[in-house]
Design a protein around this ligand. Structure first.
Ligand SMILES: [Zn+2]
Length: 444
């Protein structure tokens, strides 16, 4: 859609946050929701003297970040009391924390958790996110409520409802219907900032029958599912099918070029080959994996086999750059090799997440180039050493990642300027969220 042109100027500009992509004094020319030119600030100013201007002085401009897997509803779990014995394994974490919380979510808590979760994402530079939602007893209409919050905060999101058999057949059917309804809505409405994928919880909470029903209902939209996060998922798949999690899901038609397989920790070489052959995208969530003590995905192994691996947060943090920092050091520690990881993990965030998002949104995101959606973030980063295309990764990992994001544009619209959210009353939302969380915790 054409519109007024605006020249967004700053100091250093990273077009992809990757080697070869540094413009020392850069600008982005925006028309409507998209970028029409990227280049040296002075040259663009000369070519387009009569356009609107937003000048960020010498601050850093880079592409809006993409989170390839999160759970916005987890926003209400911050500081949540534990009402039973502390969990000692992954299944107990689910049963004693997450499945207790998700059963209590109603319309208001779904909406409020989305609002505060999205605000947190925005403040950490995320402009596009893939949410995986669960509210088994407040399922119907939940994705529309999250979509409403996405619109209000002004971000871009691909939403999914996680179907599971864990709360019985009726709830599973409601989950299937919720995905189907929202997928159809997205197809009909064609909103630039909203997309859908078909959510599934995980192999170990889904029967063959339910998975077959989901494969039929999904209509080529692709799936968003936790895969082999814990050993228990692998053991369950072996019991049910005699195969690994990846093998079972492949047989049941769940894998494919638009499917996001989250975690992929307990996978072997054959599984990774299957992911590569089916074009399934894996998503790594390093901090959540550490916190749940479930293991670490073999990122170099998957990349070597040609699997597209993206980076998510699993709701553990709101910051993709924080996840990036941990992904980098975690691979080194696990492999006991300081030489692995750095370039690879930067590729997860800056190359593969945009590739994944490109499957769901009409124009490229996560990159500043002509034709892409105008999604960018601005940081007051003051480098103490020279920055150029060959060393920008070092600056991202050891400097930019720890610098607060102060301004954000999504689809050509400023949604945060100098630390202030535009168009929403953040204080009022936080106050209401505290009340909603407090009431919810009383029911645990
Ligand atoms: Zn997850």
């Amino acid at each position: 859609m054409a519109g007024e042109k605006t020249l967004v100027q700053g100091g250093m500009l990273l077009t992809q946050g990757h080697a070869g992509d540094v413009i020392p004094s850069g600008a982005v020319l925006v028309e409507g929701s998209r970028i029409v030119a990227v280049g040296e600030s002075a040259a663009l100013e000369k070519e387009h003297p009569d356009v609107n201007r937003i000048d960020f002085g010498d601050r850093l401009i880079m592409p809006g970040l993409i989170n390839a897997h999160t759970h916005l509803y987890s926003a209400l779990a911050r500081g949540m009391p534990l009402t039973s014995e502390a969990p000692s394994n992954f299944l107990e974490i689910l049963e004693r924390v997450w499945w207790k919380l998700d059963k209590l979510l109603d319309d208001e808590s779904v909406y409020m958790s989305s609002m505060v979760g999205l605000i947190d994402c925005l403040r950490h530079g995320t402009t596009t996110l893939f949410d995986h939602h669960a509210s088994p007893f407040g399922c119907t209409g939940s994705l529309s409520l999250i979509a409403e919050a996405v619109n209000q905060v002004g971000l871009r999101a691909c939403l999914a409802y996680e179907v599971s058999d864990r709360d019985g057949g009726e709830v599973a059917l409601a989950g299937i219907e919720e995905n189907r309804t929202f997928i159809e809505w997205c197809r009909r409405e064609e909103r630039e900032n909203l997309a859908a994928s078909f959510g599934l919880h995980a192999s170990f909470t889904l029967s063959d029958e339910t998975l077959a029903a989901c494969a039929e209902a999904a209509g080529g939209s692709g799936f968003h599912i936790h895969v082999a996060e814990d050993r228990a998922d692998l053991e369950d798949a072996r019991r049910r099918s005699g195969k690994s999690v990846v093998g079972r899901l492949a047989d049941l038609g769940i894998l494919g070029g638009r499917t996001l397989a989250i975690h992929c920790i307990h996978t072997d070489g054959d599984d990774m080959d299957t992911l590569a052959e089916t074009g399934t995208k894996a998503v790594h969530n390093p901090q959540s994996n550490c916190n749940n003590a479930v293991g670490t995905a073999d990122i170099p192994g998957m990349l070597e086999r040609g699997v597209t691996v993206g980076l998510g947060s699993d709701g553990f943090s709101a910051s993709p750059l924080d996840e990036l920092r941990v992904a980098n050091i975690l691979q080194k520690l696990v492999k006991r090799d300081p030489g692995v990881g750095t370039v690879e993990v930067c590729d997860l965030l800056f190359r593969n997440n945009p590739k994944i998002a490109g499957l769901f949104f009409e124009r490229p995101v996560g990159v500043l180039e002509a034709g892409a959606f105008a999604d960018l973030i601005v940081l007051d980063y003051r480098p103490p050493t020279p920055v150029h295309s060959e060393n920008v990764i070092g600056h991202i990992l050891f400097g930019i990642a720890g610098t607060p994001v102060d301004s954000v544009m999504v689809g050509g619209r400023m949604v945060m300027k100098d630390g202030e959210l535009l168009g929403i009353d953040e204080e009022r939302i936080l106050a209401r969220s505290k009340e909603v969380a407090g009431k919810l915790w009383e029911k645990l």
